[in-house]
Structures are given as structure tokens and as C-alpha cells.
Ligand binder design. Structure first.
Ligand code: C2E
Ligand code: CA
Ligand code: CA
Ligand code: CA
Length: 285
């Protein structure tokens, strides 16, 4: 079955969008859901923009609610963060992703997948056990540390000493850090000095409409996208263009210096089995 990241607003029987359920109440539900094993991880391939090859995946969490069906992260991550449940939830995603990525490498060989990424919230980076959790997940799964990518946002990174210490420690362990949604924050550039990033993920908002030639000499989106790719190259960082929804966008991004992207045009989030099929096809190609 196809699964769109946009997914489903949670709807109640009366057809209304989910009201602002008190986070505490949703927190209780999330705790129950964790115990009932209702969370799943789907994986969105990260592809070469020419479509020839999958280089990695990003893990994205889904909640399979017994009554409401699939619930997307936008509906529950904020409550999970404010109640602290993101810590056990994030640990689940971490362990599951490491286990799965190691299984893919074992089945399809060391060249099958360069990286497996997952999202990390500020709240997790504040958790004093986080670095040990990551080390434990790598050790238990046998996934080599350089295959793991932790995606963090600017707002998460700008949280002071404890977070900064954790990020440098992860970097020292050989884990790669990606700056997610790059360009949407207020200090993206100074961040690159303060933080050991290996990958920049150009935010979807710069990719939306990037293919539209409005005749003006300097389309802002294209100018930003080009500047980011040049900056990344100068700093020796890898890039991923996010939210690539059409062949036209992929072509423009390639002209602007990108080789790798993520988006519905390239591949949608899919189950682990879906990724296995892609890897099998890639191997025999
Ligand atoms: P994100 O990290 O920026 O992840 C990319 C989101 O964009 C995903 O939505 C993905 O399905 C969607 N997407 C991918 N390609 C396209 C495209 O071409 N067009 C459009 N319109 N959307 C696209 P999703 O899975 O709903 O996740 C939303 C956000 O929830 C993520 O944004 C991330 O911030 C957060 N999230 C997801 N899983 C986790 C998790 O395990 N832990 C934490 N802390 N946050 C998570
Ligand atoms: Ca992400
Ligand atoms: Ca993103
Ligand atoms: Ca985002």
C-alpha cells in the first residue's frame, strides 16, 4: 500500500479535525500505544537526483491507532516532546532503524546503503543517556557508526552546552549529523561554525516552485539553493535536497549543484519490505 507522508489528519466520528487535545491526554494515549506496540517505522529512500540509485533512507515514525488508522508524526510528536515520551519513542525508532539498516547491509552487501538517518528532537539531545543509547543501539545491531545519520534541526541545536556536548561526542564516535530543514532558521550560517555537521538538508520550502522561471534574473529560491550547495562544497559537506516532487525540480536542482534528493518524485516513504525490494532491484540492475 502507498503511504503518503502528508497522511491523514486524525478525524473523529463527527468529522472534525482533531481538536487541540490537551498534550497530557494525548501523552496518556501515546504511553498506552507504546506499550501496545502501535508504532511503526517507515523509510523514505534518499536517491540520486538522476533517479539511478538509492543512497540511503530516512526513518519516519507512524502510529497505527487501532480505531483511527495511521496517524502522522505532525499529530503527535509535539505532545510526545512536551510530555517527555519522545525519549522512549525516539529510542524505539533508533533501535529499530539500526537493526533494520544492519539487516539490509547483511542481506544486500556493504554497498547497498550508505546511510540510514533518523530524526532527533531537542528533548532527546537533552537526555543525559542519549549518547549511550545511540552507542548501545549501534553495538547491539552491529551497524557501523559511519552509516548512521542523526538529523537535527537548528532550534534543537541552539539549546546550549549539554546539547552541544552530545553533538560533538556523537561526531567523535563517527556518527554523521545532518542539519534538517536547512535555511528555515534564523542563524543557519553561524550554526555551521558551531556544530559538527556532515550533511545539509535543504528545506523543502526552497525546492517548492524552484522550477518556475519567472523571468527575473535572480529567483530567490534558486539563489538560496545555489548558495547552499556552494557553501556545502566549500565546507566539505554533503547535501540532500528535500521535498522533490517533480522531474523538473530534480533537473533544476542538478543544475544548481545537487546530486542527492528526497521527495515524492524520487520515492515515497515505504515499509522496510518496500526498501528491500528496491535494494533487490538495485543489486540485479
Ligand atoms: P522531516 O524530518 O522534514 O521529514 C520529511 C517529511 O516530509 C516527512 O513527513 C515526509 O513524508 C515528507 N515528505 C517527503 N517527501 C515529500 C515531498 O516530496 N512532498 C511533501 N509534501 N512531503 C514530503 P512525515 O513523515 O509526516 O514527518 C513530518 C515530520 O515529523 C518530520 O519532518 C520530522 O520533523 C518529524 N518526525 C518524523 N518521524 C520522527 C521521529 O521518529 N522522531 C522525531 N523526533 N521526529 C519525527
Ligand atoms: Ca528529517
Ligand atoms: Ca526536513
Ligand atoms: Ca520538516
Amino acid at each position: 500500500a502507498k503511504q503518503r507522508g502528508k497522511a491523514c489528519f486524525v478525524r473523529y466520528a463527527d468529522g472534525m479535525k482533531e481538536p487541540v487535545l490537551a498534550h497530557m491526554q494525548l501523552g496518556g494515549e501515546l504511553r498506552r500505544a507504546l506499550e501496545n506496540d502501535e508504532f511503526r517505522v517507515v523509510y523514505q529512500p534518499i536517491m540520486r537526483l538522476d533517479g539511478t540509485r538509492m543512497i540511503g533512507v530516512e526513518a519516519l515514525i507512524r502510529w497505527h491507532h487501532p480505531a483511527r488508522g495511521e496517524v502522522g508524526p505532525a499529530e503527535f510528536i509535539p505532545a510526545a516532546e512536551s510530555t517527555g515520551l519522545i525519549v522512549p519513542l525516539g529510542r524505539f525508532v533508533l533501535r529499530e532503524t539500526c537493526r533494520q539498516a544492519a539487516a539490509w547491509l547483511a542481506e544486500f552487501g556493504p554497498d547497498a546503503l550508505e546511510e540510514a538517518g533518523l530524526n532527533v528532537s531537542a528533548r532527546q539531545l537533552h537526555d543525559p543517556d542519549f549518547v549511550a543509547d545511540v552507542a548501545g543501539a549501534l553495538a547491539d545491531s552491529g551497524l557501523p557508526c559511519e552509516r548512521l545519520v542523526l538529523e537535527v534541526t537548528e532550534s534543537a541545536v541552539l539549546r546550549g552546552q549539554q546539547v552541544s556536548r552530545a553533538l560533538f561526542e556523537l561526531d567523535r564516535m563517527g556518527i554523521r549529523l545532518a542539519l534538517d530543514d536547512f535555511g528555515t532558521g534564523e542563524s543557519s550560517l553561524s550554526l555551521l561554525r558551531a556544530f559538527p555537521a556532515a550533511i545539509i538538508k535543504l528545506d523543502k520550502s526552497f525546492v517548492d516552485g524552484i522550477e518556475i522561471d519567472d523571468g527575473r534574473p535572480a529567483d530567490a529560491r534558486q539563489a538560496v539553493a545555489r548558495a547552499v550547495s556552494q557553501l556545502a562544497r566549500a565546507l566539505g559537506l554533503d547535501t540532500v535536497a528535500e521535498g522533490v516532487e517533480s522531474a523538473e525540480q530534480a533537473a533544476v536542482l542538478r543544475d544548481l549543484g545537487y546530486t542527492v534528493g528526497q521527495g515524492f518524485h524520487l520515492a515515497e516513504p515505504m515499509t522496510a519490505d518496500g526498501v528491500s525490494s528496491l535494494l533487490a532491484r538495485q543489486r540485479s540492475a
